[in-house]
Write a new protein. Structure first.
Ligand code: ATP
Ligand code: MG
Length: 199
């Protein structure tokens, strides 16, 4: 073996030892709270990707969509008829579409009642609260009450929250927070939303 290849092999061996050590040090298992936030594209689609992962492990999934954008999404069409998926759409549309604060608040409260039902039921292994951050930032729901309900959930239940501008209060409670940056988006080049990519 050449010197270069030998050095590479030695380096990789050391790296593997370190990775294996870190993997075996992570022992805890618990229901996680994940936040997917930021201005870039990929928050809801990432959350919905975890539905596929969960179903692959025979897990039961709940979804509450707090703000319903444009037309029906492909994920809703595909997943909502699945026996192990409970898909609830509570939004009335975007706030700038409804232009009715009272109606938005009523929809948010109805949505959170569905959320509470799922959070109280340990048979739900994964629950997604899509676009919840807007509801909290507009103060349609009380943030402390929402956090308290989430923290009371069964020990092994995972919760994923999506939406821009997740508050510090929410992020502090979370186990995993990812912020997706908006580097560029086709929409700004005048391209309309594409099925399979944007909805
Ligand atoms: P996706 O559902 O594709 O994962 P998202 O959940 O990150 O997107 P939202 O803010 O919920 O983003 O918006 C959903 C829709 O808006 C999608 O059609 C998405 O492509 C589009 N969108 C997301 N981010 C941007 C952006 N920075 N500029 C323009 N359009 C965007
Ligand atoms: Mg989204």
């Amino acid at each position: 073996m050449t010197d270069k290849n030998q050095r590479h092999q030695k380096r990789m061996k050391r790296k593997k030892e370190l990775i294996d050590k870190n993997i075996s040090a992570a022992k805890e298992e618990k229901g996680l709270l994940l936040i997917l936030t930021g201005n870039g594209k990929g928050k809801s689609s990432s959350a919905f990707g975890m539905i596929a992962r969960s179903l692959g492990h025979n897990m039961k999934v709940g979804v509450v969509q707090f703000i319903k954008g444009r037309t029906d999404t492909g994920e809703e069409a595909f997943f909502s008829s699945h026996a192990d998926v409970d898909w609830q759409v509570m939004g009335e549309g975007f706030t700038w579409d409804t232009q009715n604060r009272e109606k938005d608040i009523a929809a948010a409260q109805k949505g959170w009642a569905e959320a509470q039902r799922m959070l109280a039921d340990p048979s739900y292994n994964l629950i997604i609260f899509d676009e919840l951050t807007y509801i909290l930032n507009y103060k349609y729901l009380d943030s402390d009450a929402v956090i308290s309900d989430i923290n009371k959930r069964p020990n092994m239940q995972h919760v994923v929250i999506t939406g821009r501008a997740a508050s510090d209060a929410l992020c502090n409670e979370a186990d995993t927070v990812s912020e997706i940056a908006d580097i560029k988006h086709a929409y700004h080049a005048g391209i309309k939303a594409q099925s399979g990519i944007d909805l």
